[in-house]
Design a protein around this ligand. Structure first.
Ligand code: LLP
Length: 417
């Protein structure tokens, strides 16, 4: 077995190897996976996902770990979380429906979102969702009425905007005072919300919540938010803090490495003292577990175009997110030259990776693998240009199984009158 250390960096799921020039995911070669499941496809290393979920759980034994379902969710994932003893965060009625389909105990589900409709809140309350995170005064009144109507005393957390500007892309920073999320700490809204909840017989104040952003690679923002939230919770006599998700991952070999879950939890606990602590990791569990597999279709100048693109990974187009790719189906002795990996969509911005050194003999039919594709890719995938969304294939010990099947043209046409 030849392992190319330069290319099989830590960005690959743990069971990934290279043999005879081919990439093996969960013990199965890229070509075999492509033959059996087609391309593009998301190949999810089940043991890798589970190990990362476990690492979070083990890092916070006395507290709660909620998986942020928005990163990637399907009923099979819900079943894994259930088995592992993780809780689940959802942020729409749709995610709630998936949680329900996965059969998790509703008491372990927390419902987030800045504009939950009355119908969504009703679904959560009647199903018995463990906690609803209140995000506005409008919602507070709305939920109190719905809970009262159903004779339920609904546990709630109050989402607080702690006034922390996390260093990440502005589209995924959520802790600043100008955020659309939560009740402002500095303007006194958070304090008022606590008083209102305490006065509502149909609501039970369970704790305070904050989430400052995503793909964060340093501890500073987390610890500052933890410090501010701890001071506020103590002043308001609240004993439970949920400090959200946000821990980043490595997308390319050589990029900055984030703290481990254990390091982050230790830093948070230093700030929060004896308060009960909860966290909500999404990307750091799902992201590194999955590799996106594509087939090269055409080569033209610098462009190598693959059979997917911005519909299965909108992140480069939306946030300028960096990715890498490798030739997964063979080795090549050819010298490298720079390619731009483009998608098949009718937009010039439909580019997955720019200026990537790959063997100059790259050709139609070659397979490319993009690591760190498990978070915010399938969950943000669209049908732009009526492209069908790829399947998610779980691999483990040389076996593969589809946990989200490929969308078909029939699926697409089903919506039309
Ligand atoms: N909790 C709350 C309240 C959140 O809003 C989020 C993510 C999480 C937990 C999980 O955060 P994570 O551990 O995954 O960073 N689409 C963007 C990311 C948006 C994140 C939204 N909120 C992206 O592709 O980078």
């Amino acid at each position: 077995m030849t392992i190319d250390p330069e290319r099989l960096d830590t960005v690959w799921p743990r069971a990934t190897t290279r043999s005879g020039g081919e990439l093996y995911l969960g013990g199965i070669s890229a070509r075999e996976l492509a033959r059996e499941h087609g391309t593009p496809a998301y190949i999810l290393d089940e043991d890798d996902f589970i190990a990362r979920a476990r690492a979070w759980r083990d890092a916070l034994p006395g507290g709660d770990v909620h998986y942020g379902g928005k990163a990637f969710l399907c009923p099979e994932i819900v079943r894994w979380l259930d088995r592992l003893g993780l809780n689940l965060d959802v942020c729409t009625g749709g995610e709630l429906a998936v949680a329900r389909a996965g059969g998790i105990d509703p008491a372990r589900v927390t419902f987030h979102g800045n504009n939950k409709s009355a119908a969504e809140l009703r679904a959560a309350v009647t199903w018995g969702a463990g906690c609803v995170v209140l995000d506005s005064f409008t919602e507070l009144t709305r939920l109190a009425a719905i809970a009262a109507e159903h004779g339920v005393r609904q546990r709630v957390m109050i989402r607080v905007t702690p006034g922390v500007d996390a260093s990440t892309h502005k589209a995924i920073a959520t802790g600043g005072d100008d955020s659309k999320f939560g009740f402002s700490l500095s303007a006194g809204d958070a304090e008022r919300a606590i008083r209102l909840v305490r006065a509502e017989p149909s609501l039970e104040l369970y704790g305070l919540h904050s989430h400052i952003g995503s793909q964060l690679l340093e501890l500073d923002g987390f610890t500052l938010a933890a410090r501010k939230m701890t001071a506020f919770a103590t002043a308001m006599d609240v004993d439970r803090l949920d400090l959200g998700g946000g821990l980043g991952i490595v997308y390319r070999p050589g990029d900055p490495v984030p703290p481990t879950p254990g390091e982050l939890v230790a830093a948070l606990q230093k700030e929060t003292g004896g308060l009960h602590l909860a966290v909500e990791p999404g990307r750091s569990i799902a992201g590194p577990s999955t590799v996106a597999l594509y087939e090269v279709g055409t080569i033209k100048g610098v462009y190598a175009s693959v059979d997917g693109g911005m519909s299965d990974n909108p992140r480069p187009a939306m946030y300028g997110s960096p990715y890498t790719a490798i030739l997964a189906s063979r080795t090549s002795g050819a010298p490298e030259r720079a390619f731009t990996i483009a998608g098949k969509h009718c937009e010039s911005g439909d580019v997955l990776v720019r200026d990537l050194p790959l063997p100059a003999d790259l050709a139609p039919g070659d397979l490319l693998a993009i690591p760190a594709s498990g978070a915010y890719q399938r969950s943000m995938a669209s049908n732009y240009n009526h492209v069908t969304r790829p399947p998610v294939v779980a691999v483990r010990d040389g076996r593969s199984r589809v946990i989200v099947r490929r969308e078909t043209e029939e699926d697409l046409l089903r919506l039309y009158v």
